[in-house]
Design a protein around this ligand. Structure first.
Ligand code: LMR
Length: 333
């Protein structure tokens, strides 16, 4: 009888080990935008690749549209290890104490995507990611979204049109300075709260790439959109540093390759996603989509370029100059 009991006990122990070996590594990937956006689609692509290439040893649970965490909570949750992966806007790292990322928010800092890519895929981007490590965060990649449009319920053709408007911004001192330079009243607000705030008049207008404006239905409560491309919005894909370093080396290596492929995909679709979203806004016929004249573009630049100088003490003149040197290397002056 004792032998039989020993066999049963040993079998249960083996089954338990086998069951344990089957437990997948779970990556909770939380973000605040709709699935049908560059970031949303790239998160799904990473999920597909990671689960396929690890043969199920990794399970990625994507929580889009602030369904798990809103703006502010998500970074805290990552540092606590309650979520493993995020892709916050580069405009949202100031409260974490990594204010240098706000360089991406400076009006007109990127003349085009080519300059942006030289920064995100070069030493400047790598050095910025390094600054996250002391916060228990590992930066994996930069995902693109696009250049921002402005929206409100009045035409925004000239800088003075912003005077007195309550404009929603992300948690970035650079964006605060941007709207103050236009005589507007910036209001930091979580992305998930923007539609209702626009609908109820808590704020008058906002800025975002068209893909965010359209997928959050902001165009339904904004009669006027100006295609200004005055600033850029992109993302840092980040993980909890301890989680990442504790992964089995083979798994981490596979996930790094998946992230590279998901990043290539994200950056390949971003412009088209935004072009399509803007076309859909126009097609509704309910929102005026306005393109600045060359003279107006010059007025906007004259009003907003001083923000770069004003923000040197916060971001660092050297960092701003290094990005402007990348522009000069491509012939921009
Ligand atoms: C915003 O808060 O406006 C954006 O950062 C949302 C996003 O993540 O694209």
């Amino acid at each position: 009888m004792r032998t039989w009991n020993s066999i049963v006990a040993l079998s249960c122990a083996l089954l338990a080990c086998f069951a344990y070996a089957e437990e997948p590594i779970v990556i909770k990937f939380s973000h605040v935008v709709a699935t049908d956006t560059p970031k949303g689609k790239a998160a799904e692509r990473f999920k597909e690749l990671a689960e396929e290439r690890t043969h199920g040893r990794v399970k990625v649970e994507v929580y889009p549209n602030s369904t798990l965490y809103k703006d502010k909570e998500e970074l805290e949750a990552l540092q606590l290890g309650a979520v493993q992966m995020l892709a916050p806007s580069l405009a949202k790292f100031g409260p974490l104490g990594v204010r240098e990322f706000e360089v991406f928010d400076l009006p007109y800092i990127f003349p085009d995507r080519a300059v942006l890519t030289r920064v995100t895929e070069g030493p400047i981007g790598a050095q910025l990611m390094q600054r996250l490590e002391s916060k228990g965060i590992k930066g994996l990649a930069y995902w693109d979204n696009g250049f921002k449009v402005m929206s409100a319920n009045r035409p925004l053709h000239n800088p003075e049109d912003f005077r007195g408007l309550k404009m929603r911004i992300q948690s970035s001192k650079v964006l605060d300075a941007q709207f103050r330079a236009l005589g507007a009243n910036p209001q930091v607000m979580a992305f998930s709260d923007v539609y209702q705030a626009l609908q109820t008049g808590v704020v008058d207008g906002t800025e975002n790439p068209p893909s965010n404006l359209y997928t959050q239905k902001m165009n339904e409560v904004q009669k006027d959109v100006t295609v200004s491309n005055h600033g850029y919005l992109g993302y840092a894909v980040i993980v909890n540093k301890k989680f990442w370093e504790d992964l089995p080396a083979d798994i981490r290596s596979i996930l790094e390759a998946c992230m590279k492929d998901a990043t290539r995909y994200a950056n390949a679709i971003a412009q088209q996603e935004n072009d399509d979203a803007l076309a859909k806004v126009k097609a509704t016929g309910k929102t005026e989509v306005y393109y600045l004249t060359d003279a107006q573009k010059q007025q906007w630049r004259a009003a907003l370029l001083p923000v770069q100088k004003d923000m040197e003490s916060r971001i660092g003149r050297e960092l701003i100059d290094s990005i402007n040197k990348e522009s000069a290397a491509l012939g921009y002056h």
